[in-house]
Ligand binder design. Structure first.
Ligand code: FPP
Length: 265
């Protein structure tokens, strides 16, 4: 594997870009929870004649930057899609490099995340991951419990349908045990059985890389989510793009199937 340092050098000039600022409207209407599909790492690497895993390393570096912007803007939660339940279909070498990157990320940046006040949480079928990854997750969660600037939720071996099936199984078990009657089931009962029931639904999903789809991410939570698509690859997604996304989010009217304030009179 090429040294990640090669990738850090490639990223350095890009990090200086800052770009436009938040509007007043945006400052008054910051989303509480922003989710990101960190897509386009492979294409980023290919454009530079690098192996695919280099794109993932560059993507992980951008995640560090992204957390800083979230803290700067006052966003409380971010959920990022780092490995899907479908990603096992990729070549073994790429899967292995993603697991290795996960371990290296925490070995390298644990102190930085602590200094920034980032609490770590994970969602997905974590019990199916290599033991070393599970141990790292448990350590990161336990050691960051008291941090309160930002909750970084890493979806790892995550699939939206798998999450709903898991919640449904739990519901059926509760019904079988006589704790719940099927005719009394509500959305709240299912929500309470998702991976992280205490985390509020994301307000905004950002997907860079040109693709216009959700790819099995946060299916239950995205019922009324706002979507933002950026025509750049995730490692190139910078503070300027993020500012534009937040400004645009703030200018939208979320009606949840009802009427706007003006229409209600
Ligand atoms: C999709 O891009 C991205 C992934 C499958 C992996 C994303 C993972 C990271 C950014 C690393 C996160 C690291 C930590 C420590 C959480 P793609 O490979 O499908 O890109 P392509 O569509 O251009 O091929």
């Amino acid at each position: 594997m090429a040294l990640p340092e090669t990738i850090f050098k490639l990223l350095k000039p890009r990090r200086k870009a800052s770009g436009s600022e938040l509007t007043r409207e945006a400052m008054a209407n910051i989303p509480r929870h922003v989710a990101v599909i960190m897509d386009g790492n492979g294409r980023w690497a290919r454009k530079r004649g690098l192996p695919r895993y280099s794109g993932h390393y560059a993507g992980a570096e951008n995640l560090r930057e992204f957390c800083k912007w979230c803290i700067e803007f006052g966003i409380s939660y971010t959920t990022v899609f780092a490995f899907s339940t479908e990603n096992w279909q990729r070549p073994q070498q790429e899967v292995d490099s993603l697991m290795k990157l996960f371990l290296e990320f925490f070995a390298r940046y644990e102190e930085e995340l602590a200094a920034e006040g980032v609490r770590l949480r994970f969602c997905g079928e974590t019990g199916e991951l290599p033991q070393s990854v599970q141990d790292t997750m448990q350590r990161a969660e336990a050691s960051s419990l008291q941090r309160n600037k930002l909750q970084l939720i890493i979806a790892f071996n995550y699939g939206g349908r798998r999450e709903i099936v898991k919640a449904t199984r739990d519901l059926l078990a509760s019904c079988k045990a006589g704790e719940l009657k099927p005719e009394e089931l509500t959305e709240e009962h299912l929500s309470a059985r998702l991976y992280l029931p205490d985390v509020p639904d994301p307000d905004l999903i950002i997907r860079p890389s040109v693709e216009l789809r959700l790819s099995n991410f946060l299916l239950w939570h995205s019922a009324y989510i706002e979507l933002w698509f950026a025509k750049v690859l995730w490692p190139d997604f910078n503070r300027h793009h993020f500012t534009a996304a937040i400004n645009d989010y703030a200018s939208r009217q979320r009606r949840y199937g009802g009427l706007s304030k003006e229409e209600r009179g």
